[in-house]
Design a protein around this ligand. Structure first.
Ligand code: FES
Length: 201
């Protein structure tokens, strides 16, 4: 991502925020995005159940919500929100996508990916909103990226979900993946703390 593109994006972002404040509030931006919907914790527990090796992933939204995600169901360029089966809690929300294997670079943990599948926490590190998958051009970003609709943070899907723009203070934690009986599963827990942390870090 060139500095020029990031500058362009920040300019666009400022204009949007101005418009939101002056005219119609959150709805002004809401109409520009493809929302995944509001994700609620199924269990209602306050303490997150840790994700462990072998936990199969299920769709978190849409007509297939609750169904296991088969590797054959997700083609290159596609992404979805997912939960570890049986641990459907907000802080366990996962953004899963598939890319070409050679598209990933550091700091993505390549050994956490599997056949082009890669997963990050879907909870923004800024204030905890649910992030979204953008496979195509948006603003000046003409490549797949993760976007937070609350304050427009942008994360680099191919490089460890590092922050490209916006107020998010750190990357989204990555989840190690494996494929079990043709179903995408976790190979362990996230590699870092989920969502905003004390002190804004
Ligand atoms: S909560 Fe995501 S950018 Fe603020």
């Amino acid at each position: 991502m060139s500095e020029r593109k990031i500058k362009d994006f920040n300019k666009t972002r400022r204009k949007i925020l101005k418009g939101m404040l002056g005219i119609a509030g959150v709805g002004a931006l809401g109409s520009m995005i493809v929302p995944f919907g509001t994700i609620k914790s199924v269990s209602g527990k306050k303490v997150r159940q840790k994700i462990t090796k072998g936990d199969k992933l299920v769709y978190a939204v849409g007509p297939n919500a609750g169904k296991e995600i088969k590797a054959s169901n997700l083609s290159i360029g596609k992404g979805t929100l997912a939960f570890p089966k049986g641990k459907e809690e907000h802080n366990n929300l996962i953004l899963l996508f598939r890319a070409k294997e050679n598209e990933f670079g550091k700091p993505t943990k390549i050994n956490f990916t599997n056949k082009g599948f890669c997963a990050y926490s879907a909870i923004c590190t800024h204030m905890g909103c649910t992030v979204e998958w953008y496979p195509e051009k948006q603003f000046s970003f003409d490549f797949p990226h993760i976007f937070c609709p609350c304050h427009q943070s942008v994360f680099d899907v191919f490089h460890g979900a590092k922050v490209l723009a916006g107020p998010a203070p750190r990357p989204l934690p990555q989840l190690p993946l494996m494929i079990s009986d043709g179903v995408i599963a976790a190979a362990g827990d996230f590699d870092g703390p989920i969502g905003p942390q004390p002190g804004g870090k």
